[in-house]
Design a protein around this ligand. Structure first.
Ligand SMILES: [Zn+2]
Length: 131
């Protein structure tokens, strides 16, 4: 059984309590360890805009707002063999666990792995948001 580091918990504490609940339960049953990266929780418009400029987000934070700016989104990364991993397979396994926990709680959670179409399909696998 895995548990969040104090850094991950601190980042998680900035988002909607429903998301916190889901993630805290998911980490206990996930077969893969995971954490919350820097800017993985609540973001200011300025932080969001910087991520956009860095090409790491499709929301500029001003005209197109991210769910991260309202605390209704959270990002994760996998932690495998002592290293952070954004591998599709690892993130897919974590998403399966997170989505099943949300489903059990009756929460409508959207996974970024289902976003986009054609060549952009599934571009945001670390991301979960409340609808
Ligand atoms: Zn995100």
């Amino acid at each position: 059984m895995y548990q969040f580091s104090s850094k991950s918990l601190e980042r998680l504490s900035t988002v909607n309590p429903l998301l916190q609940d889901i993630m805290k339960e998911a980490i206990k049953v996930s077969p893969i360890d995971f954490g919350i990266p820097l800017y993985g929780g609540l973001r200011t418009a300025k932080q969001q805009n910087q991520l956009f400029k860095d090409g790491k987000s499709k929301c500029d934070g001003i005209k197109i707002k991210s769910y991260h700016q309202s605390g209704n989104a959270v990002d994760v990364y996998a932690y495998v063999n002592g290293h952070a991993s954004w591998d599709d397979v690892h993130l897919g396994i974590i998403a399966g666990v997170v989505l099943s926990v949300a489903d059990r709680k009756g929460v409508n959670l959207r996974w970024g792995g289902t976003f986009g179409s054609n060549e952009f399909h599934g571009w945001d696998k670390p991301h979960f948001e409340l609808r």
